[in-house]
Design a protein around this ligand. Structure first.
Ligand SMILES: CC(C)(COP(=O)(O)OP(=O)(O)OC[C@H]1O[C@@H](n2cnc3c(N)ncnc32)[C@H](O)[C@@H]1OP(=O)(O)O)[C@@H](O)C(=O)NCCC(=O)NCCS
Length: 181
């Protein structure tokens, strides 16, 4: 499994058996972080059901797993539905913010989206969530504002493959690299 490690832990995709780590991370978020992450009030019951849904279908969850095995940050990739683009979402526990964790998770989610062939991503939060807007703008998001929400859109289409590429390895060629963190 692709992964990248640093003093803070390892960034990797969570498996179906690791839902509990995801749920516990979301429950540890501070009240403001929960509100920003879910764009509204999210109690433990809501989070428990939300996390279960993330592991019951097609969502991919990438995480920073610390050296004690706790998930301290996540980046989620929810595939497109109908005409809607893929949705992405991020959270980092308060004591670990401003250390580049969400940026690394963002890179990882973009690489995974490219590997899946998604070319447009959407990120949504409350319109006063400056951290999320600054984070997403680093990756080229542009924002629209509506009814207290900030809706960011990013185009992430993969660059064309080199001439002579055999196409069979397309997915592999575009898989997350998790290089040097
Ligand atoms: C948004 C969030 C995920 C950022 O996590 P993070 O690990 O602290 O982010 P990074 O350290 O990678 O910072 C990325 C950029 O975001 C910006 N940023 C982060 N926190 C910020 C803050 N509090 N105020 C202003 N800008 C901020 C900075 O521009 C930073 O880049 P720089 O350090 O190169 O200047 C984190 O604050 C969080 O979990 N918030 C609660 C949940 C949430 O709002 N999720 C987003 C909606 S889905």
């Amino acid at each position: 499994m692709a992964r990248a490690s640093s003093a803070l832990g390892t960034i990797r995709e969570l498996s179906d058996l690791e839902q509990q780590l995801h749920r516990e991370h979301l429950i540890r978020l501070d009240p403001e972080g929960r509100r920003d992450r879910f764009n509204g009030i999210a109690d433990d019951t809501f989070i428990t059901h939300y996390s279960a849904r993330c592991f019951a279908g097609v969502t991919r969850v990438f995480a920073l797993v610390d050296h004690d095995g706790h998930v301290r940050g996540t980046g989620e990739l929810h595939p497109p539905e109908g005409d809607e683009p893929a949705d992405i979402a991020f959270s980092v526990e308060p004591q670990l913010r401003r250390r580049g964790i969400a940026s690394k998770l963002f890179e990882t989610v973009i690489a995974a989206a490219r590997a899946e062939g998604f070319d447009q991503l959407r990120i949504t939060s409350s319109s006063d969530n400056q951290a999320m807007r600054a984070l997403a703008r680093k990756f080229g998001a542009s924002f629209a504002f509506s009814y207290g929400e900030a809706i960011g859109t990013l185009m992430v289409a993969a660059p064309p493959l080199a001439a002579g590429h055999d196409g069979k390895t397309l997915r592999q060629a575009r898989a997350p690299a998790f290089a040097g963190w």
